[in-house]
Design a protein around this ligand. Sequence first.
Ligand code: URA
Length: 218
Amino acid sequence: MKIHDYSAESSTLSEYISRLRDINTQKDRHHFRRNIERVGRILGYEISKTLNYKKIDVTTPLGVKKCSVIDDEVVVCSILRAGLPLHNALLDVYDNAENTFISAYRRHDGSEEEFTIEVEYLASPSLEGKVLILADPMLATGSSIIAVSKALKKLGTPSHIHIMSVIGSTQAIETVKEYFSTIACDLWVATVDDALNPAKYIVPGLGDAGDLAFGEKL
Ligand code: URA
């Protein structure tokens, strides 16, 4: 598995992440979602450099030019609900992408620290032979991505899987690397943090991405 980590680079990407993390700017949900989308578009563009392309003749008002266009079938899969802004961003990048939606949440049985991942809602086309982009803004333990990937197995084998996150924890990156080691898979993280708190939230991270984008849940 190839890991693409942009944390060492200073760019507009690092500035968007600084705004996502900032407790003052993140109070504005609209801008929080827009900044997640901006990160998603940049990583989506980076992923596009790994796809297969074909040449087609495009007619302009003044002539004909050979142009490269995507020759893969792309499916964008976001994990509800926090993945929705990344999903929108990826649809901006990939006009013809198909869509998979899946829900995954932490079910706590008594303790805040122990949980299992419950996957419930799933709506998806076949994934057989297609390029699957799995979008989840926070890769804290890697358990949601692994649970989702197991649930998607019945839909066919993608030609390649790209996992996209805004912040990945060092621990989750190791877990994901091991789980996907025999699968054609790349991991794209805008940045990496080392720690998790006892509730398995990324520290310093940014908090609860779903709540910050869409409001607190009961
Ligand atoms: N989900 C989040 O939204 N944030 C974390 O830090 C971990 C999981």
